[in-house]
Design a binder for this molecule. Sequence first.
Ligand SMILES: [Zn+2]
Length: 88
Amino acid sequence: MKISTSHHHHHQGNKFSSFFCNLFGHHYVVSKKVTEHIKEYKCTHCHKEVTTDVSGKLSALTPQMQEINSALEDMYRKRRSRVVHQVA
Ligand SMILES: [Zn+2]
């Protein structure tokens, strides 16, 4: 479901979901594949976003982490396309 209104309502609506997550744990689904080993995840209940960090653990997807991930993704894509070129 898409919510086109402001983000204020969005955060308030998360309170119950967060409570649910505290009880039962988050239900993360992959929202973005950054590299072979690094992915971004989003909780289907509270929409909390996390990402795999360099040590392979999940940590909060801060704007800083998002920047790192997009840089990694860029490097990963370039490296893959270069490998394909070398093979072909
Ligand atoms: Zn959650």
